[in-house]
Design a protein around this ligand. Structure first.
Ligand code: IPD
Ligand code: CA
Ligand code: CA
Ligand code: CA
Length: 278
């Protein structure tokens, strides 16, 4: 890591300022959307709130760090992906929830330093939950330290997962894994906002999370939260996590090997492999 703890602390403060600014926009638009757009794939929504939140987040980051690279969901990439400092920004994680006024959504602001998630802020404005973490500085929720759960058996665990927007076109749609783990645990939630799913594992409300088809802006902040809260983040097979793979297994650490083995043992449900003409 090429940043000092003072630098990391500063990045964390600016990430928080940006996430809070985006969150204020989401609160202002809540329940007031007049139009909901689709990005091309069925169910892949975008709204004025996504765009206005992103504008606020980017304005804060650019004001403080004009030389840093940015990867933001709605406006794309500025600068090199291989830049020393790359901000990964999801201005509204949980757009489907938000559009339906289901109050489970967040702003996610992460910073990759030389490709490694190093700073993360996830802000849920509806519940006023501010999750923050930076490498070596610990993780907090509303300024109080957080830790992952102690749950050590899958049979006693509560997990969370999600389904990518391309689920209708692929057999790798996570339906079989969802059924299998629902049977083996106390439950598997589908929160609909990956950044909050990760934050909830970090603070022990949930014991583990897996998903495929995610983007760096969904993952960057939450990965730092979990690692700093004492959890573990890898690929499904426990090999090192690669943020551009889109595939993540994140747990309290105690369940990690067992959950990995279950995920690797599952066969797809072929009848759900292609989109049907309903
Ligand atoms: C989505 C949410 C959802 C996950 C999807 C993501 P968005 O992000 O995080 O939980 O299952 O794969 O794309 O589009 O609401 O920002
Ligand atoms: Ca989206
Ligand atoms: Ca997202
Ligand atoms: Ca989003």
């Amino acid at each position: 890591m090429s940043a000092t703890s003072d630098q990391l602390q500063r990045f964390l403060e600016i990430a928080s300022e940006a996430a809070l600014a985006g969150g204020a926009v989401l609160q202002a638009y809540w329940g007031k959307l007049t139009e909901i757009g689709e990005k091309g794939r069925p169910g892949d929504l975008v709204t004025a709130a996504d765009q206005a939140s992103e504008a606020e987040v980017l304005a804060v980051i650019r004001r403080h760090f004009p030389d840093h690279a940015i990867l933001a969901e709605e406006s794309g990439q500025f600068g090199e992906q291989s830049a020393e400092f790359l901000w990964a920004i999801d201005p509204l994680d949980g757009t489907t929830n938000y559009a339906h006024q289901y109050p489970f959504f967040a702003v996610s602001v992460g910073l990759l330093i030389n490709g490694i998630p190093a700073v993360g802020v996830v802000f849920d404005p509806f519940h006023q939950d501010l999750f923050r973490a930076a490498k070596g500085l610990g993780a907090t929720r509303n300024r109080q330290p957080i830790q992952v759960s102690q749950t050590a058996n899958l049979s006693q665990s509560l997990l969370v997962t999600g389904f990518a927007y391309d689920r209708h076109e692929t057999i790798d749609n996570n339906y079989a894994e969802f059924c299998h783990l629902t049977h083996k645990t106390q439950g598997v939630r589908r929160g609909g906002a990956a950044a909050i799913d990760l934050a909830y594992v970090a603070c022990g409300r949930l014991d583990g999370f897996w998903e495929r088809g995610l983007s760096p802006w969904d993952l960057a902040a939450g990965v730092v939260l979990i690692e700093e809260a004492g959890g573990r983040v890898t690929a499904y097979d426990t090999s090192p996590f690669q943020i551009h793979s889109g595939r993540i297994l994140a747990t309290n650490g105690h369940l990690h090997e067992a959950l990995s083995q279950e995920l690797l043992s599952v066969q797809p449900l072929p009848q759900f492999g292609v989109r049907s003409e309903e």
